[in-house]
Ligand binder design. Structure first.
Ligand code: PAF
Length: 285
């Protein structure tokens, strides 16, 4: 496996792969790789002849009071995991390599899709994500790009961007990978104290309860949302940012009574200073 730290090095590798007619899979990450990322890399390796994993803690998607400096940086371990899952290239550029000038081009998806859910408390977040993902798409020229369903809003925003900007890439949104007790795998789980870690199980368990009610026939969207709010609210260590439901695709408002279609029930909750997200998709057939 090759480690590329510059745009020029990556471009050279991509040019060689393209000349050889290889299909390319891109797995964009911010590093601190865990089993969630491993599943993306594995899926990419099964479907492509060249797999590029980017490891870049993207400064433009962090707000001024967020965890940019504290975000775990574990490049050696990331390279080992990426290689063991079938990656051919790890692209780990510096911020200056990705953002060479203070004058810069933004790629921004506008509208409610980036303003609801995480967009409300993280107003610049998705603009940073779409800007860096555009750069990565242009550099790696992937046939397929892999993202996790845990970041459901991010997936919807990137789908929108790919459609609007005619990016020639197929998106693969892969299922959430969970710990044995249900907590969604996240690089931020390492911030949790023992007590917070135990309390955080309420995210998946409350969504699981909502899914059970939905499967038993509950179609009242308010009842489903309020049920999750109540369960999380009952956990003293949990500080709710949001519990909300939107229609898919595109995060549109939900009707009071759920009719045919797919719905995203999503939560963001703080445990101490750590903000975690999780979600479930409910489908009325
Ligand atoms: O999901 C992430 O880890 C990041 O938002 C991404 C897509 C790698 C962009 O920095």
């Amino acid at each position: 496996m090759k480690l590329c730290k510059t745009v020029a090095e990556l471009r050279e590798e991509i040019a060689l792969a393209k000349a050889a007619g290889k299909t390319i899979g891109l797995v964009p990450t911010m590093g601190a790789l865990h089993e969630g990322h491993a599943s993306l890399i594995k899926a990419a390796a099964m479907e492509n002849e060249l797999v590029v994993v980017s490891v870049f803690v993207n400064p433009t998607q962090f707000g001024p009071n967020e965890d940019l400096d504290a975000y775990p940086r574990t490049l050696d371990a990331d390279c080992k995991l990426a290689e063991s899952m079938g990656a051919d290239i790890v692209f780990a550029p510096s911020p200056a390599e990705m953002y060479p000038s203070e004058d810069m081009t933004w790629v921004e998806v506008t509208g409610d899709i980036t303003k609801v859910l995480c967009g409300r408390t993280r107003p610049i977040h998705f603009r940073g994500v779409t800007t860096v993902v555009s750069k990565l798409f242009n550099l790696a020229q992937p046939d397929h790009a892999y993202f996790g369903q845990k970041d459901a809003q991010q997936a919807e925003v990137i789908k929108r961007m790919v459609k609007d900007l005619f990016f020639n890439v197929q998106l693969r949104i892969m299922p959430i990978v969970r710990e044995v007790d249900g907590l969604a795998k996240s690089s931020r789980n390492t911030y949790l104290s023992k007590a917070e870690r135990a309390a955080a199980v309420v995210l998946s368990s409350s969504l699981e309860t909502a899914k059970t009610l939905f499967d038993a026939g509950e179609r009242d969207s308010k009842k489903l949302v309020e049920g999750v709010k109540k369960l999380i609210g009952d956990e003293p260590m949990a500080d709710i940012d949001y519990v909300e439901m939107y229609a898919l695709p595109g995060l549109k408002p939900v009707p009071e009574v759920l009719t045919e279609g797919q719905y995203l029930l999503a939560v963001a909750v703080k445990f101490g200073s750590t903000r975690l997200i999780d979600n479930v998709i409910l489908e009325v057939k």
